[in-house]
Write a protein that binds this ligand. Sequence first.
Ligand SMILES: NC(=O)c1ccc[n+]([C@@H]2O[C@H](COP(=O)([O-])OP(=O)(O)OC[C@H]3O[C@@H](n4cnc5c(N)ncnc54)[C@H](OP(=O)(O)O)[C@@H]3O)[C@@H](O)[C@H]2O)c1
Length: 377
Amino acid sequence: MRVALTGATGFLGLRLVRELLERHDSLTVLAHAGSACALGRIARFLELTDAPGALIADLPRRLRVVEVDLGRPGLGLTDEAFQRLADELDVIWHSAGNINLDDDIGNLRRVNVEGTRRVLELAAAGSRKPLLHHVGTAFVGGARREGVVYEDELDSRHGFENNYERSKYEAEVLVHDWARAQGRPVVVMRPSILVTDLPPYPELPQHPLQFLSRIVRASLRSDGSGPGVPEDRRPVVRLAGHPEGHLNLMPVEHAAAVMVRLASRPPSGRADVYHVVHDHDVAATVLTALMERIAPVKVRLVEKRPDDPEPLEAAADLFPGFTPYLSHRRRFDDTRVRALLGPCSSGIRVDLDYLTTGTTPTPPPDGNPTLVPAGTS
Ligand SMILES: NC(=O)c1ccc[n+]([C@@H]2O[C@H](COP(=O)([O-])OP(=O)(O)OC[C@H]3O[C@@H](n4cnc5c(N)ncnc54)[C@H](OP(=O)(O)O)[C@@H]3O)[C@@H](O)[C@H]2O)c1
């Protein structure tokens, strides 16, 4: 079976590659044209996560890299190369995307919506009718802050918290329309926010909370604040949020394992949508406690964004696409996943310690600070 994957060098894609290599002898990596060597980045990830040496040594034989650009017609391939690729494939995983929550909607649509359209064209062109596994997001649920979001829901009634959510919603609408029009099955996997307890390394992609931690550290540095500020002298930072807010944070390694298990089940023949979410939510107050561990501040959740933000508060809000999530109290239903796979708890407790480990750069044993995340030094 010939399996191809977009986004293989991403935060999620790297874990999907590792899972898929356990089930398939070879993979076609549809790597981002013009980006740094995909094979090298995948090998580096496997080294940093203690993969067996034999697996790493065998990568050049097992991974075939085809460079594509989601932002260009025909994925940037010639017509012949596009058709040849399409005709070879039995399965396409589409994980590539732009996850910059606040990016310009045009940039987000170019990769997330038009890119998905081109992957659908690839699936439509293939003589072997490749099955598409589309990586969506549970956040197509949009700006609905309370209640239960079910796997069969896809509507824009509640609006969106940021441009990213909107672009992922539009991409998923395309996928459903395509499946109906072509009479073809598709599998849509919707993870919640992906996290890890693997410390950030400059050469690995970051997850949203690692971005947040990087921004908080960098903004404090520019403010002249430093570590070691006594508890009673820490400045108060007011952030809009709900004291009973909670968020679903899914360990990325577990998400990839669940997704690959779901993909091994026969599709129903139409669009099968799955919420790939963790079995417990994390309180918004755990996230504020995380910020207090990262930076010498006291974080207070307030009802709405202060009209008169202190400079530090304005800096803490540098990732405004994320802040609304501190007010969320909704839950994602994952009945379909549990019906298919049975209870599949990872046994991982996502708590303050887990999140601290995953957002704190590890000093190397020799004290050389080369592992400070990119952009903070
Ligand atoms: N991270 C999360 O918390 C989260 C949560 C829910 C859903 N998701 C979804 O999961 C998927 C993967 O996210 P991620 O966290 O792995 O993102 P990521 O770390 O930012 O990785 C994005 C991947 O897409 C590739 N890519 C970007 N632009 C491209 C283009 N124009 N052409 C071809 N490839 C391109 C990147 O290649 P280069 O590295 O070479 O640029 C990279 O491999 C996305 O669809 C995202 O919406 C993510």
